[in-house]
Design a protein around this ligand. Structure first.
Ligand code: HXC
Ligand code: NAP
Length: 305
């Protein structure tokens, strides 16, 4: 079932007409909603994933729901981004219709685990998708853009763990941090040849894929409203979709090398160590003010100059 209506988007109808966007992992979750927004705004969107039936179903659903009105279209191609040759073949298929104007590195794998319980294969299961796979997709498209002198926007979907770490999700946090550095590095290396790089670091946006691997059994940190989030709620899909469209569209052409958090301010909450003070009411603040004033008065009384 489609997630968005035009009222959810900040942009004029037809904004993305003529744009050609690839979204890895676009068959489900956040990738699907970003694909939907692009189709609704008139883009030709390609989605990749390993499960051919999921990809085909989503592509049909999004084209049927929005294509006729907006002129946009979604095409699904089964592709495992762990395999460079498979990426190259799928990219050939995409390029038949012309160069891409945008790429969203969204496909990922993740699960919670104590780090000491991980096997090498467990680490590779994540790193081969997120770290290596996203790089191989970027490289394959990048070589084509540079050879053809085409302009493009690359948006990678990270996590806020790239700034403050991800205990119990270390292979994911390490891999996403690598993509953060890829974003910064290629923004400089390829920026003057028309290919720009940005990233989005979402806080919790509950999806089936994420809940099954990070919140098995339900409850806990990824439940309904999370009191540790300053805005006291999870993200809404349309909020993520609007940010992705902004970064993909040439309207944001001077934004390059940035990673933008969309997390209600969560990753800043430890800032200064005083986050817990948000729980204080008038009485606690009055008490603190009086105690601080008393200390100041005592110190003043002892001053000789
Ligand atoms: C420890 C585990 C494990 C677990 C798998 N492994 N799950 N180890 N704890 N919970 C180990 C296995 O034991 C095996 O190693 C190795 O990983 C490979 O396992 P497979 O099941 O064969 O892997 P595979 O079929 O390739 O599946 C890949 C996957 C899977 C990553 C493990 O979860 C997947 O396909 N995920 C795609 C979707 C996804 O994860 N979406 C969530 C994104 S959400 P051994 O040595 O035993 O053989 C997200 C949110 C972040 O990123 C931010 C939230 C705020
Ligand atoms: P999701 O629905 O599980 O999406 C992951 C997608 O990646 C799936 O469609 C999956 O499809 C695809 N994928 C996995 N391995 C692949 C491979 N080897 N080749 C091609 N496609 C592959 O989870 P989500 O929550 O929407 O996550 C989307 C992105 O947002 C991820 O990068 C995630 O780390 C990031 N993120 C999510 C949240 C959140 O709260 N949801 C927060 C921060 C960041 P197949 O299994 O069919 O291949």
């Amino acid at each position: 079932m489609s997630e968005l209506s035009m009222d959810d988007l900040m942009f004029r109808p037809g904004l993305m007409k003529g744009q050609r966007i690839l979204i890895t992992g676009g068959g489900t979750g956040l990738g699907k909603v970003m694909a939907e927004a692009c189709v609704m705004l008139g883009a030709q969107v390609y989605i990749w994933g390993r499960r051919g039936s999921v990809i085909a179903e989503t592509a049909k659903e999004l084209t049927d729901a929005h294509g006729a009105l907006a002129g946009g279209r979604c095409t699904g191609i089964a592709c495992d981004i762990r395999v460079p040759e498979a990426i190259h073949d799928a990219m050939d298929e995409v390029w038949v219709g012309g160069a891409l104007t945008g790429l969203v590195n969204n496909a990922a794998g993740n699960f919670i685990s104590r780090t000491e319980d991980l096997s090498p294969k467990g680490f590779d299961a994540i790193a081969n998708i997120v770290f290596r796979g996203s790089f191989f997709v970027t490289l394959d498209a990048g070589k084509r853009w540079l050879a053809e002198g085409k302009h493009a926007s690359v948006v990678s979907i990270l996590t806020t763990w790239v700034w403050n770490g991800g205990p119990f999700t270390v292979p994911s946090a390490m891999s996403k941090a690598g993509l953060n550095v890829m974003t910064q590095s290629l923004a400089v290396e390829w920026g003057n040849r028309g290919v720009r790089f940005n990233a989005i670091a979402p806080g919790p946006f509950p999806t089936e894929g994420m809940s099954a691997r990070l919140n098995p059994g339900g409850g806990g940190m990824l439940g309904e409203a999370d009191p540790t989030i300053p805005l006291n709620r999870n993200g809404e899909m349309r909020e993520l979709a609007n940010l992705a469209v902004y970064l993909l569209d040439p309207g944001s052409a001077y934004v390059n090398g940035q990673t933008i958090a969309i997390d209600g301010g969560s990753h800043l909450k430890g800032g200064g160590g005083f986050a817990r003070l948000a729980e204080w009411g008038d009485a606690e603040w009055e008490q603190a003010r009086n105690a601080i004033r008393a200390t100041n008065e005592k110190d003043r009384a002892q001053r000789t100059v």
